[in-house]
Structures are given as structure tokens and as C-alpha cells.
Design a protein around this ligand. Structure first.
Ligand code: ZN
Length: 570
């Protein structure tokens, strides 16, 4: 503790503000933190902490502005006085008395500074920056994350990017320290950029950062560097061959064009956003829009991964026996499905007991001359020892493989090949179309494979472990070097029992996992009970069912890739 001056008596001291006469051998600058302790009769010592918000120097004893010349000439003897105004930030104990004139004022450092600025009361604090004296300033996360408040006001001179830089610094501090703790995985910041393209380089190091500036990060306990985990979107334009590309000048690589395809437009019910009144229930437009939206959704259902939309005029009408959001393990065909099956010329299903009892239903109701194709009989077993190429392969069905084969994209390719072959047998006039479509789709699967591998690459081997709702990721795990750490239930056709939940909780704890996966469409509560019991996070994967967010195979695998990267990477 260093004394820097004394409380003056020529101006009033008050409980919440006072003036300090600065000692000639010392100084106070704006934002300095000071403390003064006064003895209060009957109550003992009271310490006032405060911040310097004004500093003034003047001639004592001079009356006129022109006295400065007489002082220079040595004809008027005066002293220079420096005083500082202090706004009180904290009083300990809370007894609001003014400090006594004459009391020594000290610079608050270390623990006293933390007390003066309430840093000692902040359970979770984030870096606000450095004060003028080079010491760190902290903010209370509870007033930022919504616990008690969620607001930051940044003011400053317009047009010099200071406020933007500061907002980015705040975000950098939040996402590159451990202040967010377990909320880190699910926290995201969205930045809207309306001018320039500078922010497209947030994932690159600053080439002009000096050693001095870089040391300031260390003072705040932050690593020095660029943003580690960001994605960028930009408005879209077309490249010369018509593909959508980001409409940016300085950078295109790593920037995703932001747009909806026509297919997404139809399937996600986006028509309403073109009409101001489409949401109003009393308006005729709203009714017409929702009818049109339903038509567009139905007309494009099942169209996959294409940039364009086909309404009518297709060679094939596809009907799904099991709706896309229905658990195939529990699905029971009934009377209402007889008409659907009895019109079919080609029936395709997975087999390997995935869809329960559909096979006898197909056999009973499929019309004469129709083809019944089980993928499990068409796909060579990925696990069996296969004979030489000139002999028939051991099929997945013969090897008794696990049913969820499509989660390995290489096996999904075989599903496509089998589908193409089957269509060509049933409708030989369409061979060119089927061949072209299958080829185009396989190209999309190539891109999907690359995307999945890119997302998985940064995940270290120790983190490549999957605990899922049911045992559905075996083929995925084998193909992508992931370990199956377990699953909640052996029978996805019924609710998990309390015993299964208890056992799974023990298994997850024993395995030392940090995250487990629910599967979309399956019982979410049971997995969350396991996660609560074992104190781990829950992430979500697509396996047997899709939903409104991802309603094609490509979207679902792409969502899985991103989710695995997000949840297992750190
Ligand atoms: Zn399943």
C-alpha cells in the first residue's frame, strides 16, 4: 500500500464522493483505484474504495488568470496543488459516512483493488480489458449470460472500427477462456456484418500484432491468436458455370453462400415470408399461402439433394410405407397400408429385422409381378470374409450383419446401386434416366464423404467414442475409426426400463465419457436421465429417422458430421 495523498478539507467530503489532495511526490490518473480508512466512533474502521474520475492542478493563492505571469517573474509566491475527485464504489462495512479530511489515501492494489471493484464477489468473471494502469478489469458473467442480465453497451467514436474491435475482443475473451465452462459447447455468437469484408478474416492471425500488445493478452489470461472456431456465410452469386458461390470480393474459400434452394423453399414452408400478411389468420392471403405451401411440400417430398425441383413428370412415384419420422423398429403395417402396397411395382426395404414384420405383409399384399428387394440381400457383408471376386459374395443378410448399414456412406453407395439396378429391371425404358440420376447422386455422396471426413479429422482418438440410444452406429464406427462405447437399450422397439437407465448411467461413468448421444426420434427423456445421473452432456445424432431440419439422407449425415465435430472435438 502506497499513500498517494490525503482527503482535503477545503471541499466537502461526502459518503459517495470526495476529493484527494495529491502528495507532491506522487500522482493519480483517471481510473486509478484508491482506498481510505477512517475510524468511526463506536463502529471502528470504515474503508471507502473508489475510482478517480477527475484530476485537476492549479496555483494555490492565485486569484487572477494573469497571476501566472507574476508567478513566472517570481513576484507572487504560490504553490501548485493537484487534487483528484473520487467516486466511491464500495464501503466496507456498509456505513455511509464521509471520510475525514486529513485521512491518508492509498492506491488500492492486489486484493484491495479486487474488493474496490467487486471482483472478489464475481463467481464467474470475463475479461473486460485493461485499465489505464495496465491492471485487468473483469465483468460479472451473470450480467452477460442472462442469469441476472444480458446486456452490453459499447460506446465510442463512430467510423474508426473501435466499437467493432471491442465487441470482437469481448467475444474472443468469452470463447477462448474457460469462463463459459460447461455452456461452452452449446454457446454460439452470431455476428451480422453490414460493411466491408474485414470480418471475413477473423480466423486468420493478426500479422501486425506487436510483442507489447500480445503480452496484454497474457495479463488477462487469454491465449493470443485468432478465432478458433467460426463459420462464415455471405450473400450468394453464381460462378460462370452457374453454381452458387459467396458474393464476396476479398475471400471466397471457407465462406458459405447463404441461400435456400428451391427444394428447401418448398419443403421448409418459406413461401409465407414473401407475403406481409401471410401470418395473419384473418387474411385470405394467409389461407392461400398455407394451401400453396402444403402443395409445394407434398409435390417435392422425397426429392433429394438436388438444386432444382421436379413437380410432376417423374418416371417414378415414391410412397413411403413407414413415415420419415416414425420408428421403423416399432412400425406395424395395418389395413390402411394395404392399398399402398397393392399398387406397388417395386418394393424396397432394408431387412435384417430393422422394420419388424413388414416382409410377411409385403408378401401377402404385393401384386403379382412386382419386385420385392431387400437391401440386406443385395449388399455384400462388410464384416464377413468375402470369397474371391468370381464367386458370389456373402450377403449382409447371410452374415447376420447389424441393420443400420446406411450410416457408412460406402454402404449407402451400394444401396443406391441396388436401387438403380432394381428400377432398371422394372422399367427398362427409364434406364438412361436412372443411370444419370444414380451417377449424380453418387457424386453427391462423394462430397458428403469428404465433408464427413473433414469434420471427423480434428477429433482425437481418445474422444472418438459413441454412446447412443440403441446399438445403431456399428457400421459407422467401423468405417470411420470410432469406438462404440455402449448404448442405452438393446431393444429399440420398447421404452427403456429403469434398470437399463441405471445400468447405462454406471456404464457411462465407468467409461469416463464426457458426452452421450440421443438419436433423433427416439425417447429423449431416457437418455437425458442417463446424462443427468452420470453428469455428462447430451448431443443428438440422426440414425433411423429424419425430421423437418434434416429430411434427406445427405442432410442427416451432414448434420451428424457437424454434431460429432462440435461435441467430440474438445
Ligand atoms: Zn435402429
Amino acid at each position: 500500500m502506497t499513500d498517494v495523498g490525503r482527503v482535503i478539507g477545503t471541499r466537502d467530503s461526502q459518503p459517495l464522493e470526495f476529493w484527494v489532495g495529491v502528495a507532491p511526490e506522487s500522482y493519480l490518473q483517471l481510473d486509478d483505484v484508491v482506498a481510505v480508512t477512517s475510524a468511526v466512533p463506536e463502529r471502528g474502521d470504515v474503508t471507502l474504495y473508489g475510482l478517480v474520475d477527475d484530476v485537476r492542478a492549479f496555483y494555490e493563492g492565485a486569484k487572477f488568470d494573469s497571476d501566472v505571469f507574476r508567478v513566472q517573474e517570481g513576484v507572487l509566491p504560490v504553490d501548485v496543488a493537484t487534487v483528484a475527485h473520487v467516486s466511491v464504489t464500495r464501503v466496507e462495512p456498509e456505513l455511509f459516512v464521509p471520510p475525514r479530511p486529513g485521512q491518508a489515501v492509498r492506491r488500492a492494489t492486489g486484493e484491495e483493488r479486487d474488493q474496490a471493484l467487486y471482483f472478489d464477489r464475481m463467481e464467474r468473471r470475463f475479461a473486460v480489458g485493461l485499465a489505464r494502469d495496465g491492471e485487468p478489469l473483469w465483468g460479472n458473467l451473470e450480467f452477460l449470460d442472462g442469469t441476472r442480465g444480458a446486456h452490453v453497451n459499447i460506446s465510442g467514436v463512430s467510423g474508426v472500427a473501435t466499437k467493432t474491435s471491442y465487441a470482437l475482443f469481448l467475444l474472443y475473451g468469452l470463447f477462448h477462456s474457460d469462463v463459459l465452462r460447461e455452456d461452452r459447447t452449446n454457446s454460439r455468437a452470431i455476428i451480422f456484418n453490414v460493411k466491408g469484408e474485414d470480418l471475413l478474416f477473423l480466423d486468420k492471425p493478426n500479422a501486425r500484432l506487436s510483442a507489447e500488445e500480445s503480452a496484454k493478452y497474457a495479463a488477462l489470461g487469454l491465449p493470443e491468436g485468432h478465432f478458433q472456431d467460426i463459420s462464415m456465410w455471405a450473400p450468394t452469386s453464381r460462378n460462370p458455370i452457374g453454381e452458387p458461390v459467396p458474393d464476396t470480393g476479398s475471400r471466397q474459400e471457407g465462406v458459405t453462400p447463404y441461400f435456400w434452394s428451391l427444394r428447401q423453399f418448398c419443403q421448409d414452408h418459406l413461401l409465407r415470408f414473401l407475403f406481409a400478411e401471410a401470418d395473419s389468420e384473418s387474411s385470405q392471403i394467409g389461407f392461400a399461402v398455407s394451401v400453396a405451401e402444403r402443395y409445394l411440400e407434398r409435390a417435392t417430398e422425397g426429392q433429394r439433394g438436388r438444386g432444382w425441383v421436379e413437380i410432376g413428370g417423374e418416371r417414378v412415384t415414391v410412397d413411403a410405407l413407414i413415415p420419415w419420422d416414425t420408428n421403423p423398429h416399432t412400425f406395424q403395417p395395418g389395413e390402411e397400408h394395404v392399398a399402398l402396397v397393392s399398387q406397388a411395382r417395386l418394393i424396397l426395404f432394408n431387412g435384417l429385422d430393422l422394420e419388424g414384420s413388414v416382409r410377411p405383409f409385403f408378401v401377402e399384399h404385393a401384386p403379382a409381378g412386382s419386385q420385392l428387394i431387400t437391401y440386406a440381400r443385395s449388399i455384400p457383408s462388410p464384416t464377413a470374409n468375402q470369397p474371391p471376386a468370381d464367386q458370389p459374395p456373402v450377403t449382409a443378410q447371410a452374415a447376420g450383419d447389424e441393420a443400420h448399414m446406411w450410416l457408412d456412406i460406402d454402404l449407402a453407395r451400394v444401396y443406391i446401386a441396388a436401387t438403380e439396378d432394381s428400377l432398371e429391371i422394372v422399367d427398362s425404358d427409364g434406364i438412361p434416366t436412372y443411370r444419370e440420376n444414380a451417377k449424380a447422386y453418387l457424386t453427391e455422396l462423394d462430397a458428403l464423404q469428404r465433408e464427413l471426413e473433414d469434420e471427423l479429422r480434428p477429433i482425437i482418438q481418445q474422444q472418438r467414442r459413441l454412446f447412443t440410444y440403441h446399438d445403431s452406429f456399428r457400421h459407422f464406427a467401423r468405417r470411420y475409426e470410432v469406438e462404440v462405447a455402449g448404448s442405452l437399450t438393446a431393444d429399440p422397439a420398447r421404452q427403456p426400463t429403469d434398470e437399463e437407465v441405471a445400468q447405462a448411467t454406471l456404464d457411462v461413468k465407468d467409461a469416463g465419457l464426457r458426452v452421450i448421444f440421443r438419436e433423433r426420434g427416439f425417447d429423449k427423456d431416457a437418455i437425458e436421465r442417463v446424462a443427468d445421473g452420470a453428469d455428462v452432456k447430451v448431443c443428438a445424432l440422426y440414425s433411423d429417422m429424419v425430421d423437418g431440419k434434416a429430411n434427406t439422407y445427405i442432410d442427416m449425415m451432414s448434420a451428424n458430421a457437424q454434431e460429432l465435430n462440435r461435441c467430440l472435438r474438445f
